[in-house]
Write a new protein. Structure first.
Length: 126
């Protein structure tokens, strides 16, 4: 299985490596890298976090219409997944964020597109 994992915390990537041992796993820490992977590959499973860092981890950002800095997050990643053509859509998305508000937003975005998605907060992933 080809898996893409978006999370800003290295220790989570290490745990995912153990969970998905034997699979083709691609790890990304930033939205921009996530978007590039989606452009160049098709994944069976995508695992998404919502909160993607702070100033220390140098997150991707954009400037909104009021000139305010906004950081990309998992909801932006969910929208990016929904922009894929039908042949490139993943078979499954797991939202592993512990941010319940962000996770619910991501769920609704992906469900509207008809993408199989579930929320499994990181602490509950077996």
């Amino acid at each position: 299985m080809k898996i893409l994992i978006l999370d800003d915390m290295k220790f989570r990537h290490d745990i995912f490596d153990k969970m998905f041992e034997g699979h083709d796993v691609t790890h990304v820490f930033k939205f921009s890298d996530f978007a590039k992977e989606l452009e160049n590959n098709v994944f069976d499973l995508i695992c998404l976090d919502h909160d993607l860092g702070d100033e220390v981890s140098n997150p991707d950002f954009w400037i909104d219409g009021w000139g305010k800095r906004r950081e990309f997050n998992g909801a932006d990643a969910a929208v990016k997944v929904c922009e894929l053509n039908d042949a490139a859509l993943p078979k499954q998305v797991i939202i592993h964020s512990i941010n319940s508000v962000g996770a619910k937003t991501m769920l609704h975005i992906l469900q509207r597109k008809g993408i199989p998605v579930e929320w499994q907060p990181f602490r509950e992933i077996p």
